[in-house]
Design a binder for this molecule. Structure first.
Ligand SMILES: [Zn+2]
Length: 220
């Protein structure tokens, strides 16, 4: 654990040389090991409400609103390291505060491979890797997205229901079999993506998870 923290600290120090660390909410330059400025930290509201989904827990760090949406967009579309780190850090706070025994593995909601090539990264995977670096819980890319889907918000109710059908496949069943897994995504609205992830894992032969929970940064 200690070695992992040192490696993690070193990475943040190196990053800070090239891109000064900024507060993800107001843009003010902050210390290289900080995640948020003091003023925004005082004002940041954690979502205390806990929900359940598909028989598991659904944890969310905060509500999706005018203040938090730029964090999600910066992480998702602009590879903004300060925002990715902030999402990871706040998810760690949430996860460690909610579990006495931490989940065995974290599984990012995957993006389609052409999207990953175009963007050069997957933001959910980056968030998960950073959570792993802080907590030691391994990230397992156990599920792949096997077809492109339309953005849920652009569709009507009927199209939405079938849009995600069978869009995921478990690629590494042995790595999650028997484990308590925590599926991580940036935002959830109706829970449709998370539910499809759950169905995919639950229907996969040779893969019986001890528990399947969910954690997202923002809840709309
Ligand atoms: Zn700030």
């Amino acid at each position: 654990m200690k070695m992992m923290m040192n490696k993690y600290e070193l990475k943040r120090i190196l990053l800070d040389w090239f891109f000064p660390n900024r507060c993800p909410l107001c843009g003010k330059v902050i210390g290289r090991m900080d995640y948020i400025c003091d003023k925004c930290a005082c004002e940041f509201e954690y979502n205390e409400k806990e929900e359940s989904l598909c028989g598991g827990r659904l944890l969310s760090v905060c509500r999706y609103n005018k203040k938090t949406s730029p964090v999600v967009i910066g992480a998702k579309k602009h590879r903004d390291g300060s925002k990715i780190s902030f999402m990871a850090y706040t998810l760690v706070q949430k996860i460690t505060g909610c579990y006495e025994t931490l989940p065995d593995v974290i599984v990012p909601v995957p993006i389609y491979y052409t999207d990953k090539i175009r963007k050069g990264y997957s933001h959910t995977e980056k968030i998960c890797r950073e959570i792993s670096e802080i907590t030691g819980i391994p990230t397992v890319n156990a599920v792949a997205k096997t077809r492109k889907t339309a953005q849920q918000k652009t569709l009507g109710k009927k199209e939405r229901e079938s849009n995600l059908d069978n869009c995921f496949t478990v690629t590494e069943p042995t790595k999650i079999n028997g484990k308590h897994i925590l599926i991580i995504d940036d935002v959830t609205t109706t829970g449709a993506t998370l539910t499809e992830m759950y169905k995919t894992i639950n229907d996969c032969e040779g893969c019986l998870c001890a528990a399947i929970d969910f954690a997202v940064f923002a809840r709309t």
